[in-house]
Structure formats: C-alpha cells, structure tokens
Design a protein around this ligand. Structure first.
Ligand code: PEP
Length: 251
C-alpha cells in the first residue's frame, strides 16, 4: 500500500451556477462511480456549498470551501466562519491560495490564523504555498515557500499534520505552464524536508499536492513523483471528464 493516499481537489474559483454545478457534479459522480483509489474533493464558491453538498451525496466526493474567516464570529461583515462551513457539509478549506494572497492581501500570518481556525472547527485546511515567476528567477523559491510554510509550522508540526499542503507555483496557475516534474518534485522534497526538521511523523504522513495547470495529460507523470501526493486543480476541474481523468491518474 502506498505510504500516503493520494488526493485530488478541484478549485472551481468564482465559477459555476445552479445549473452548471448540477451538470458538473452529476458528470463527475458518474465518471468516478466505483473509484476509490484516491480521495477526491471539489471546492465550490461559498454560496453553492449547500447545493454541492446535496449533489455529492451517495458519491465519495467530498466538499471543500475556497476560503474561510480566521475569526469565530462577530462583527466581520461579509465573512464566513469555519463553523458555518461545517454546518453545510464542508470537509476541506483552501487557505492562502495565491489569488487571495495577491488580490486580497492575505499575509502569511493571516493564512496561518485561517489554518488554525479551520483545524479548530474540525475541518481540514489545504495550505497553498508557491513562488511568483520573479521570485523563481531571483532564486528565491525556497525562501518564499519556507516563509509561507514556517508561518503555519510555527503553530506546531502536529497542527500542520492535520492539514494538507499544496505547492502551487504562481507562474503555473491558470497559465497553461506546468512546472516540470523535476521542478515540482524538487520543491515538494524541500517542503517535506523542512517539515521533517520538526517532525518525522508529520513529514512522512502529510500530503503535499501539486497545483498549476494540471491536466489529464500531465497528471500521471506529476503524481508519480515520490513527494507529490496528488493535485489541486483549477481550470480543469470545471470539466467533469477531464477532472475525472486527473483523479484516475492519482490511482
Ligand atoms: C488553482 O486555482 O489552484 C490552480 C492550480 O489553477 P489551474 O489548475 O487552472 O492552474
């Protein structure tokens, strides 16, 4: 048996409608009927989470949110707490996606607070880390990823072990430019080694997903790398057959 069960999560971003979600989940559930070789989740826009939680009933597909507040409740207009997400059948919460860091100013400290809040609610955070192209070109990939990771590791390695890490080079997200298997594996190995310095058990068990233009035609090679335990998939997760094929590549 593999050391770590593979995991593929779809990030729909701000896409979907009642009708489109129904079609997408039905197509996915049917394409994945009987498939149990990896964990699968779809992370839908918050408003559609109750709908998607209903739609996945009877399948093995789990539901994820794309963001959550770091606060438990109170005067935070427009925010959604982890406890609220849990009430609607959510299991995973993406924290620190590069779009939230870049467009909504989320800092490493805020992302760590969100990670802690997700865990405290009994949900599973998916922590996104990754460098921009300018940072890679400046040989700063490891420093950037280490800073993002360390903010969460500071909560305690055991806390990190309650979540999932996703390495998503920003230059590969939505661009059609996938990291090569060598580039991705190198950063995944770096992340695992950094965790290992704090806890061998957590480093061995924690799943590190790759994200950035994962498609059916590159998923298998990426997922075969020793430190890549599945994928966080954006654009391709909006097509049932394509996403199902990526999930099957994780078997
Ligand atoms: C993402 O949104 O996390 C992502 C990896 O997007 P894409 O697969 O479209 O690059």
């Amino acid at each position: 048996m593999a050391l770590r069960r593979k995991f593929v999560a779809g990030n729909w971003k701000m896409n979907g409608s009642l009708a489109a979600n129904g079609e997408l989940v039905a197509g996915l559930a049917s394409a994945l009927a009987g498939f149990d070789a990896a964990d699968v989740a779809v992370c839908a826009p918050a408003l559609y989470l109750p709908q998607v939680a209903e739609l996945v009933k009877g399948s093995k597909i789990a539901v994820g949110a794309q963001n959550a507040s770091e606060y438990a409740g109170g005067a935070y207009t427009g925010e959604i707490s982890c406890a609220m997400l849990k009430e609607f059948g959510v299991r995973y919460v993406v924290v620190g996606h590069s779009e939230r860091r870049a467009l909504f100013g989320e800092t490493n400290a805020q992302v760590a607070a969100k990670f802690a809040a997700v865990l405290a609610a009994g949900l599973v955070p998916i922590l996104c880390v990754g460098e921009t192209l300018a940072e890679r070109d400046a040989n700063a990939t490891e420093a950037v990823v280490a800073g993002q990771l360390d903010a969460v590791l500071a909560l305690g390695a055991d806390k990190l072990g309650g979540g999932v890490v996703a390495y998503e080079p920003v230059w590969a997200i939505g661009t059609g430019k996938t990291a090569s298997t060598e580039q991705a594996q190198a950063v995944h190995a770096f992340i695992r080694a950094r965790i290992l310095a704090q806890s061998i058990n957590v480093a061995t068990a924690v799943r590190i997903l790759y994200g950035g233009s994962v498609k059916a035609n590159n998923a298998q090679a990426l997922f075969a790398c020793p430190d890549i335990d599945g994928g966080l998939v954006g654009g391709a997760s909006l097509q049932a057959q394509e996403f199902a094929a990526i999930c099957k590549a994780a078997a």
